[in-house]
Design a protein around this ligand. Sequence first.
Ligand code: LRH
Ligand code: MN
Length: 388
Amino acid sequence: MVDGEAVKAVLRTQRVELPSWAFGNSGTRFKVFAQRGVPRDPFEKIADAAQVHRYTGVAPSVALHIPWDKVADYAVLAAAAKDLGIELGTINANVFQDDDYMLGSITNPDPRIRSKALNHLYECVDVMDQTGSRDLKLWFSDGTNYPGQDNIRARQDRLAEGLQAVYERLGENQRLILEYKLFEPAFYTMDVPDWGTSFAHCLQLGERAKVCVDTGHHAPGTNIEFIVAFLLRAGKLGAFDFNSRFYADDDLMVGSADPFQLFRIMFEVATAGGFAEDTEIAFMLDQCHNIEPKIPGQIRSVMNVQEATAKALLVDLEVLDAAQRAGDVLGANAVLMDAYNTDVRPLLADLRSEQGLDPDPMAAYAASGYAERIVAERVGGQQAGWGA
Ligand code: LRH
Ligand code: MN
């Protein structure tokens, strides 16, 4: 039997990083629904992120997106975060919202536009120097919509050149995290469409270049835990952008569409030692709460990550190993299903009580009055969003 205390000891060290943009308005091309009480600036976004950490105890950092979170002085924002008991995390670059990037950013045929995009990436490294962030996350919307529109190999040359230039600008304790995506906004080729392309570029760049697995960025039916196991074995899994989807890049709450898939992913992380206190993996959420309240949506998402992790840690590895060696297919599968079918909510409630937290974070937040307070206080001004 797996020792519940040992599982709790690992869960106590878990860290889930929140996306600042999840607290702003978001939507689809059809509509971005505004919600009352939404932050108007990065300071209000980190205040909301701090609420999630306050009630879950495992969300001590918030990722920023530049320029959505542009401020005059990032050291002031970092100090404000510290006062709220959290810290600023991954810096996300944005070379996907400028008219100049219609045909690409660092892969654009026009060298003037490539250097403009590169300058933004350098600016993001400067922000990291001010916030003390370790990771620069790069997702490129770059791609083409029609066969023949551009030379696929030439774009890879430009991509490699741009990535090399950014990599050389990083400090020795800083990392480049390259995120891939199968499609959207480009619909014929994306220049970083899959894990293999990101992996190959990261291998070429060096030790401090790692792959980001966004769970919404694969073709339907993709076995994401295989990708995770492969990247872990190669020491190239740098980060997750957790969310879930029924169809495309739906950015729904992690674990809401397919909790069994999340469990299978966390099982590969657990068996590769990825939940060690000094883990190199950044466990981030990348979600949009288009119609649901955003802070409770983030709290629920963090709890879904905790539940999947707890179930993964409950797998009896000794019994599993014996069954696998014996070729006992059903026996081995049953070991995993037993863990997955275990109700871990009492264990997590105990853990929270032991951490001095309310065992029910959703109820505790609802009872805090914070939601009503921000609706009353945040009147006027420009609500935060993607600015798309
Ligand atoms: C692209 C993406 C990327 C972010 C953006 C908010 O789909 O997953 O990680 O920059 O969403
Ligand atoms: Mn993402």
